[in-house]
Design a protein around this ligand. Structure first.
Ligand SMILES: Cc1ncc(C[n+]2csc(CCOP(=O)(O)OP(=O)(O)O)c2C)c(N)n1
Ligand SMILES: [Mg+2]
Length: 616
């Protein structure tokens, strides 16, 4: 007879989560780093009571905003290279839906997070309950159906025993390198509290080991043949290199064969910035060194990348007509994009087998030497734009220079939206794998501070530096208070250019009038003058407004000694961005307009569109 234990569905869920383990550095540790929770009537009695039961093995953390707490959870998963992750639980209705944007963020970035929104009563007796949306034509619909397109696995638990197969599937998805993404288990309020005789075996400790797929023999042979025929090979390192912890294998392959490497936003820090073969950022926000090679490359080995438009310059970057792309990826969907030669495998395994098969083969030395020369030229251009200045309104690049000089490459640097991603991708000199944390798959304003908190939870001994614009800060800053409450220190550098600077620049570049982006160009009765330092201080942070780049460097050096979250505010120029490097990006310009500037921009746009490859 199966031995059973009588628990509520919610108690079974939390007990199960607390027993899932993984092995890190030879030691078994819980795979869930904890559960973020904001309670309401939809989860306080059921999941809330159940979390209390396991609070010693599976800690619960309280946040101020559901979207933000999922940002923290996702950042934790990313900082752990997807080896450990977190869960998040909410009430029904608005609390649940506040997580949808974050679910999409995890979906786009292929990051693991377990979402546990409360849902309406399965028995429907009290309908409509507070916060229930009523569908006139579908009795099974609830607002939580919004999670379906942004979850890799979605389930609604309407009977207590359904949680058993749902948890099995949830763990498969969270731990699978190819399927990895958000899992949503929508927990009907009444069912959370219903008891069932669960098999005791459900709660046995399980150790999850990351799956490392080896390449298929035929795909490997085709990839090796393509590389051996290459005169101008190039590696693009994406986030998959980091998640697979494949930096060592990547370095071995490219050093052996003399292949230059460039990095996507997600893949930056796959090799340290000062590795001679690392041409750094590629694509729309790329370095001149990387982009020049990408334009000419005949064989592009794309490792662990989704090949999003910023990487491919909207598919206009690779200009060598005969080029071949090899897609080394755990996910078939990515491996074969744009008719790439697929090499479906874990990055580390795939790189190791390519290296073994290529043994002795070398790229033409002229190609490698040309790459090294390009890197030196780029470094000189980058040094110029990041150098110190006395300007009252410095550029983002000059602020980046100050942060780099004061903090070095040993910190973990985090950013997500605005003008900073482009500047940091080009200019930040990353150190160890994972030390550059960009959320540029979904580029969600408001990820930054909460994301920093998640990184700090994953790496408590690291200095975590968050760079954020005034727009992103105003959108979502509440978890500064949580970081203070939890004693998890962040150093936050806030660049105040008084508006949505990067979108204003994009507006001008597409022929638009200055309209509704910078605060001065938005409809107003009173020109806002936000005191960010006072705001951050009110949330419990150490905060200071600095008047110059030199003051910023001094304040950053001082911040290193603080044990409390520190916010440093600096005014910047909204009109400046780094001209060097970069590539065209497809942003559709109106075909007709009464503005001559738009018509001119459209003409230029149509010319650029000619470079775009269609489906090859
Ligand atoms: C949630 C969300 N809304 C809108 C956007 C579109 N968007 C991208 S950057 C940006 C402006 C960001 O302003 P700020 O943080 O001040 O950075 P800046 O552009 O000034 O450098 C906007 C509105 C987005 N990425 N995310
Ligand atoms: Mg701004």
């Amino acid at each position: 007879m199966t031995k059973t234990v009588r628990l509520t569905m919610a108690q079974a869920l939390t007990r199960f989560l607390s027993r899932q383990m993984t092995e890190i550095d030879g030691r078994n540790v819980p795979i869930f780093g904890g559960v973020w929770a904001i309670f309401g009537h939809g989860n306080v009695a059921g999941v809330g009571e159940a979390l209390y039961q396991v609070r010693d093995e599976l800690p619960t953390f309280r946040a101020h905003n559901e979207q933000a707490m999922v940002h923290a959870a996702i950042a934790y998963g990313k900082a752990n290279f997807r080896r450990r992750f977190m869960a998040a639980t909410t009430s029904i209705g608005p609390g649940a839906l506040n997580m949808v944007t974050a679910a999409a963020l995890a979906h786009v970035n292929r990051l693991p997070v377990l979402l546990l929104p409360g849902d309406v009563f399965a028995n429907r007796l009290p309908d409509p309950v507070l916060q229930q949306a009523e569908d006139f034509s579908d009795g099974t619909a609830s607002v939580n159906d919004c999670f379906r397109p942004v979850s890799r696995y979605f389930d609604r638990i309407t009977r207590p025993e359904q949680i058993i197969p749902a948890l099995n599937r949830a763990m498969q998805v969270l731990t699978d390198p190819a399927e990895c993404g958000p899992v949503t288990l929508s927990l009907c309020q009444d069912v959370q509290a219903e008891a069932y005789d669960y098999p005791e075996s459900l709660f046995a400790e399980r150790v999850w080991t990351p799956r490392r797929l080896r390449p298929d023999r035929h795909e490997l042979a085709a990839a090796v043949a393509a590389l051996k025929g290459a005169k101008k090979p190039l590696v693009i390192a994406g986030g998959g290199v980091l998640y697979s912890q494949a930096s060592g294998e990547l370095a071995k392959l490219v050093q052996g064969a003399g292949i230059p490497v460039c990095e996507t936003q997600g893949g930056k820090s796959s090799l340290p910035d000062d590795h001679p073969l690392n041409m750094a950022a590629v694509g729309v926000t790329g370095t001149s060194a990387a982009n020049r090679l990408a334009e000419e490359a005949d064989v592009v080995l794309a490792v662990g990348t989704r090949l999003q438009d910023f990487t491919t310059g909207s598919w206009a970057l690779f200009k060598n007509a005969g080029r071949t792309i090899i897609g080394l990826n755990t996910q078939v969907f990515d491996a074969g994009k744009h008719w790439a030669l697929p090499l479906v495998a874990d990055a580390a395994e795939g790189l190791a087998e390519l290296n073994a098969a290529l043994k002795g083969w070398k790229a033409p030395t002229a190609w490698t030497d040309n790459a090294l020369k390009g890197k030196t030229e780029w470094q000189a251009a980058a040094a110029k734009v990041t150098a110190s200045t006395n300007a009252a309104y410095p550029s983002d690049a000059q602020v980046i220079g100050a942060v780099q000089r004061a903090m070095g490459s040993g910190v973990t640097l985090l950013h997500a939206a605005g003008g900073l991603p482009g500047e940091l991708h080009k200019l930040w000199q990353a150190g160890a794998p994972g030390s550059y944390h960009a959320e540029y798959g979904f580029s969600t304003m408001g990820y930054e501070i909460a994301g920093g908190l998640g990184v700090k939870m994953a790496k408590p001994d690291q200095e975590v530096v968050v760079m954020v614009g005034d727009g992103s800060y105003l959108m979502l800053n509440s978890e500064i208070a949580t970081s203070v409450m939890l004693g998890l220190k962040l150093t936050i550098v806030l660049l105040d250019n008084r508006g949505y600077g990067c979108i204003n620049r994009l507006q001008m570049a597409t022929g638009g009038a200055n309209f509704n982006n910078l605060l001065k160009d938005a409809r107003h009765e009173v020109m806002p003058d936000v005191d960010f330092a006072a705001h951050a201080a009110s949330l419990g942070a150490v905060a200071e407004k600095v008047a110059s780049i030199a003051e910023l460097e001094t304040a950053l050096a001082k911040a290193r000694g603080n044990d409390k979250t520190t916010v440093l505010v600096i005014d910047t120029d909204p009109l400046l961005s780094t001209e060097a490097g970069g590539h065209w990006w497809d942003v559709a310009v109106p075909e007709v307009s009464s503005r001559s500037e738009v018509n001119a921009a459209r003409k230029a746009y149509e010319d650029k569109k000619q470079m775009q490859s269609i489906g090859d």
